[in-house]
Structures are given as structure tokens and as C-alpha cells.
Design a protein around this ligand. Structure first.
Ligand code: AMP
Ligand code: ZN
Ligand code: FE
Ligand code: FE
Length: 286
């Protein structure tokens, strides 16, 4: 069984539509894929409608959180998408991304970059708008050579010249909301130092006591030493260990299935979830 529990589509900052994503996941030989767009479940219906035979979809989202000034991401799986409190929080964060993107565009304009909201909105389409869309606009304008080159202090990195924060949920509150909606909560790439500051192990321990189910260990932003350290921390704290590609289509270099989750851990996630259930593909209408 090959299980990839973290991917993005055009519903946020990936470049494949949800239908393209599930077709590519099947073609890549995956048995299970989770669609975890930033702060939205908007891509799920299309992914389900297109789901090929032999591929199972885990519905999810990646929730933007902040602890003591440090941005962090919480993967939420198999929660009830209609549960009002979590739904309201997701919409709050997703909707705040629009004025925030406009704020970053204003900063860039002050820095002499002629990026416009129309350009960024065209790139983002229906997706939760984020820094990768602004970064793609900077690539189009020839300001930087690649999306990742825009994530520097000069431009869009945390605290960078054109960075503007967005509303982000307290992770203790997010864990509570996810559990209350019948979901399973996994801390995404907890030690991805290249993205900026990370939270200390003591915070992971506190989150574990508050109901966090697991941590994402096998991720491209963790080097082998970091993975070993996180694996042993997970052992101490009795947290589940996941692995995933964090696929973003052509906006990032990782490929589907590059890292994967142990089938036993996947089984435990499905046993803990009560808000939704994995959906086996029936062929795909599109
Ligand atoms: P936002 O949620 O709008 O603040 O954007 C965060 C997203 O930007 C992350 O989920 C990643 O997809 C992407 N990102 C963050 N840091 C980097 C980086 N150093 N290089 C490339 N993409 C990044
Ligand atoms: Zn992303
Ligand atoms: Fe993330
Ligand atoms: Fe992600």
C-alpha cells in the first residue's frame, strides 16, 4: 500500500485541479491520497467525482496556525466538513487571505514591483490565495527566477520586506476544533527550518497532551537527522508518525508519493476519525 497524506490542488496553491491530482495519484501508483488544501475543503467534491478505481481519497485540509508568533500548519483529516465551529474558523482564515494578499501587493508596489491584485487573482483562480501565488506573479514579472526564490527576506519569507501576516488559529484551539468535528490532527512538517522559525519540542509535547494525534516526520523539508529526532520524539509522546509529499504540482519540486505513510498508521487514523470516512474510487466520471 502506498499512502500519501498531504497534497495541494488549485483549491489552494497547487497547480493541478483536484481531478488532475487524483488521476496523477493513481498513475503514480498510490493506493491512498489525502487532499489537504490550505484552509479549505473546496476541492473535495471534484476530487471525489473524478476518483479513479483503485485509489482511495482521504478528505482533509491544512489549517494555518500560529503559536507564540511562529506560523505552523496543522493537517486535519476526515473531519465533518459541515461542523459549524471548524467551518467558521476555516472560512475566517481563508477569507483573510484576500486582504492580506492585497497588503503584500501594496508593499511590493512600494518596493517598485508593478504587481497587481488582478494578476495575483488570475493566478490564484478559485484557490485560497497565498504567498505562492504572489511568488508566481513575481516570476511572471521577472523579479525572481522561481517561486522558492521569492521566499527570501528580500521578498515574501516570514518577516520579509513584503510579508504581511494573515489571521492564523491558535493550534490548541485548532486541535480542539478538529477533534470536535470528528477529525484527526497531525502537525505538518514541524521542523521545516527553511520556512522560518519552528516551535520547540515542549510545544509539541503540550499539543500532544491537548489531543494532537501525530506529527509529519517524513517530509522533504526535514533532513535525515531531523527525521530521526522527530521519530524518537513521536515515540516518547506516543504520537503517530506520518510521511507525505506535500505535492503542489509544478509550484514545488516534490513528486506524488515521494514520501509515504505506514499502512498501520493510516489504519489508526481511519479508526480514530468519526467525522468522515475514506472514499474508495469508483472509476471517475471525468
Ligand atoms: P501562506 O499560507 O500564504 O503564508 O503561504 C505558505 C505556503 O508557501 C506554504 O504552504 C508553502 O506552500 C509555501 N512556502 C513556504 N515557504 C516556502 C519556501 N521557502 N519555498 C517555497 N515555498 C514555500
Ligand atoms: Zn502550500
Ligand atoms: Fe504546510
Ligand atoms: Fe502543505
Amino acid at each position: 500500500m502506498r499512502i500519501d497524506l498531504h497534497t495541494h490542488s488549485t483549491a489552494s496553491d497547487g497547480t493541478d485541479t483536484p481531478a488532475e491530482l487524483v488521476r496523477k495519484a493513481a498513475a503514480a501508483g498510490l493506493d491512498v491520497v489525502a487532499l489537504t488544501d490550505h484552509d479549505t475543503t473546496r476541492g473535495h467534491a471534484e476530487a471525489l467525482a473524478a476518483l479513479p478505481q483503485g485509489l482511495t481519497l482521504v478528505t482533509g485540509a491544512e489549517l494555518s496556525c500560529r503559536l507564540d508568533g511562529v506560523s505552523m500548519h496543522l493537517l486535519a483529516y476526515l473531519f465533518d466538513p459541515e461542523e459549524p465551529a471548524l467551518l467558521a474558523e476555516r472560512e475566517l482564515v481563508r477569507d483573510d487571505r484576500v486582504p492580506r494578499a492585497k497588503g503584500m501587493i501594496a508593499r511590493l508596489n512600494e518596493l517598485g514591483v508593478p504587481v497587481t491584485w488582478e494578476q495575483v487573482a488570475r493566478i490564484a483562480g478559485n484557490g485560497s490565495v497565498g504567498r505562492p501565488h504572489v511568488a508566481s506573479a513575481l516570476v511572471e514579472l521577472g523579479v525572481v527566477d522561481s517561486v522558492s526564490d521569492a521566499f527570501t527576506p528580500e521578498w515574501l519569507a516570514d518577516g520579509g520586506r513584503a510579508y504581511v501576516p494573515k489571521h492564523e488559529t491558535d493550534p490548541f484551539e485548532a486541535v480542539r476544533l478538529v477533534k470536535n468535528a470528528g477529525g484527526v490532527a497531525v502537525f505538518a512538517h514541524p521542523a521545516a527550518v527553511k520556512r522560518g522559525r519552528t516551535v520547540p519540542d515542549s510545544a509539541i509535547a503540550e499539543l500532544a497532551r491537548a489531543g494532537l494525534d501525530g506529527i509529519e516526520v517524513d517530509h522533504m523539508d526535514h533532513d535525515p537527522g531531523t527525521r530521526a529526532r522527530l521519530r524518537s520524539l513521536a515515540g516518547e509522546l506516543e504520537l503517530l508518525v506520518t510521511g507525505s509529499s506535500d505535492y503542489h504540482g509544478s509550484r514545488k519540486t516534490c513528486v506524488l508519493g515521494e514520501f509515504s505513510t505506514d499502512p498501520e498508521v493510516y489504519g489508526e487514523i481511519t479508526r480514530r476519525a468519526t467525522g468522515a470516512f475514506p472514499v474508495p474510487g469508483t472509476g471517475g466520471a471525468v
